[in-house]
Design a protein around this ligand. Structure first.
Ligand SMILES: *[C@@H]1O[C@H](CO)[C@@H](O)[C@H](O)[C@H]1NC(C)=O
Ligand SMILES: *[C@@H]1O[C@H](CO)[C@@H](O)[C@H](O)[C@H]1NC(C)=O
Ligand SMILES: *[C@@H]1O[C@H](CO)[C@@H](O)[C@H](O)[C@H]1NC(C)=O
Ligand SMILES: *[C@@H]1O[C@H](CO)[C@@H](O)[C@H](O)[C@H]1NC(C)=O
Ligand SMILES: *[C@@H]1O[C@H](CO)[C@@H](O)[C@H](O)[C@H]1NC(C)=O
Ligand SMILES: *[C@@H]1O[C@H](CO)[C@@H](O)[C@H](O)[C@H]1NC(C)=O
Length: 484
């Protein structure tokens, strides 16, 4: 017996429960809906597959992270399907807190994918450390699937899954139809404490990590004379990526004329999107100036541009957001901002965000055809497995070719109680080699499958099919009789 599972959170759910518009937060393994302390509403995942569990160790007491759902360590994939609005950009965030939920002390390792695209390998190395993965994507269809698969140690699990919709052209890139952005660093410099800034300070609920927490996590301040500054003056952040005002109200300044950091970038080396967020939040006298240049070792061209925040942002307490939409970056990034000779003040930095391009895998060319078929069986568990039919692993009742864009090779639906006719759309699966439909309740005549020129094995026995065998079938070497 297979355990199956299917989740479709429809637009209806959003409206009925008055979520923040464009937000959806799933408390995996949870039992009830609740509002957390920052005002986000969490919905439990009511699944018929996988098992709910509670963490058994650790200091975490934020409710959504204390429960999780885990899945068998088998060769299948387990997917959450979420409704989205096509042509909008979203942040999808998945988090994983092991907490020794299975009291096994085996740290799980498994893969997470968005549709057919391998997103990340989750490697748990500590029972009490929250692993978080974030992707920014442009929705191109009404739903997305987030799938767990490829368990290599322990049991795959997930603690939370969140969707946050962006506004307007936030995070637009020229590459968005071919690549997702995988979030690598989003740092709030000069933060007043260790706490992250997120909703409601960030209306889009991005998580801006405090630079002091990042220091424990591979952000090294290499310069002397770095100091924190902050203001309570409102800041106009209403442009570009709209970083939260609270993040822009703090900064670091290089009192000795230099800011210099070394930063580990998860997911890199690779091509990335890297932006700095600046706002002048000190009062400069009429005879003073703040001008500086970015220096990235190995990128001589970049050094030329001079930042003058007040001039670039057209005033103080306003956002200026320079950056690179496509830059090759290493895993260990060293960067510095140095004041120019004619500047009276040292450099200032409010925030920074670095995302890695992740090439989209468009999956099996047969996905649309086979999804059209499975949607005819809304009651059948096997038809609801979610994600791409072939990637990263095929649905339990399919086999796929090994191509980069895999074709469906075999349909294995013997004895599944299939009613009705054999759908004629099967003829569009031109890579099909084996078709096993025996032992169902199929009736009517066999559709024209003559386009399936690779078909070699067909089993239709023990159904209620009528008529003579079509001529295109009679030449097949492995043809079972219609009845036996
Ligand atoms: C998790 O803990 C809650 C509260 O103590 C309890 O009601 C629930 O049954 C537990 N769930 C599991 C799967 O053990
Ligand atoms: C996941 O497992 C499948 C089947 O074993 C394999 O083909 C695929 O390469 C694996 N993916 C990754 C990312 O390891
Ligand atoms: C997003 O845009 C809509 C329409 O312009 C606006 O009403 C809404 O306030 C914006 N949301 C945020 C968080 O800025
Ligand atoms: C902030 O985080 C650092 C690194 O984890 C830790 O050493 C420090 O004690 C924390 N400070 C506070 C006030 O919690
Ligand atoms: C970034 O630039 C590289 C080198 O020019 C190019 O190959 C790549 O397609 C660009 N875009 C992305 C998303 O990597
Ligand atoms: C700017 O002017 C103030 C007061 O007039 C003076 O104290 C200060 O030294 C001057 N700073 C520079 C860099 O010239």
């Amino acid at each position: 017996m297979f355990a199956f599972f299917f989740l479709l959170f429809t637009a209806l759910i959003y409206h009925v429960f008055a979520q923040v518009p464009g937000f959806f937060s799933i408390d995996c393994g949870g039992t009830e809906k609740f509002l957390d302390e920052i005002g986000l509403e969490w919905t439990p995942d009511k699944l018929v597959c996988g098992n709910a569990a509670n963490i058994s160790v650790g200091s975490e007491n934020t409710k959504p992270y204390t429960t999780l759902r885990y899945f068998p360590a088998d060769s299948r994939k387990y997917c959450y399907t979420l409704s989205v609005e096509a042509r909008k950009r979203y942040l999808v965030r998945a988090s994983f807190l092991y907490g020794n939920f299975d009291r096994n002390d085996v740290y799980p390792k498994f893969d997470i994918s968005l549709g057919a695209t391998h997103w990340s390998t989750i490697v748990i190395s500590d029972a009490d450390t929250l692993e978080v993965r974030e992707l920014i994507f442009l929705a191109t269809s009404p739903s997305i699937s987030v799938c767990l698969s490829n368990a290599s140690t322990g049991q795959p699990f997930i603690s939370t899954l969140e969707l946050r919709q962006f506004n307007g052209s936030m995070y637009y890139t020229d590459f968005e139809t071919a690549s997702y952005l995988s979030v690598s660093a989003r740092i709030n410099f000069g933060a007043v404490n260790n706490d992250s800034v997120r909703y409601p300070d960030d209306p889009f609920d991005r998580i801006w990590e405090s630079d002091s927490i990042r220091k424990a996590n591979f952000l090294v301040d290499v310069a002397a004379g770095t100091s924190k500054i902050s203001t309570t003056t409102p800041i106009n952040v209403n442009r570009d990526e709209r970083p939260p005002e609270k993040v822009m109200q703090t900064a670091v300044v290089g009192r000795n004329g230099l800011l210099n950091y070394r930063l580990n970038l998860d997911g890199f080396p690779g091509f990335g999107w890297a932006f700095s967020y600046f706002s002048e939040i000190e009062d400069l006298g009429a005879n003073e100036s703040r001008k500086f240049r970015l220096k990235l070792p190995g990128y001589p061209d970049i050094t030329k541009a001079t930042v003058n925040i007040q001039e670039n942002a057209q005033g103080r307490y306003r956002l200026y957001e320079p950056g690179f939409t496509n830059l090759s970056l290493p895993f260990v990034l060293t960067f510095s901002f140095g004041k120019t000779a004619d500047s009276s003040r040292g450099p200032l930095l409010n925030a920074m965000e670095i995302n890695k391009y992740l090439q989209i895998n468009f999956g099996s060319p047969d996905a649309a055809v086979i999804s059209g078929l499975t949607s005819q069986y809304p009651q059948a568990d096997w038809a609801q497995e979610g994600g791409d039919p072939c990637l990263p692993v095929p649905w339990s009742w399919l086999q796929c070719s090994m191509d980069a864009q895999p074709r469906i090779f075999a349909i294995l639906l013997s004895r599944k109680n299939l009613p009705g006719n054999i759908p004629s759309k099967i003829s569009k699966l031109t890579g099909l080699v084996e078709l096993w439909l025996d032992g169902n309740s199929l009736s009517g005549s066999i559709p024209d499958l003559s386009d399936c020129t690779n078909l070699r094995i067909i089993h239709l026995e023990n159904n209620r099919l009528t008529g003579a065998l079509p001529s295109f079938l009679t030449g097949l070497p492995n043809l079972a009789e219609l009845s036996s």
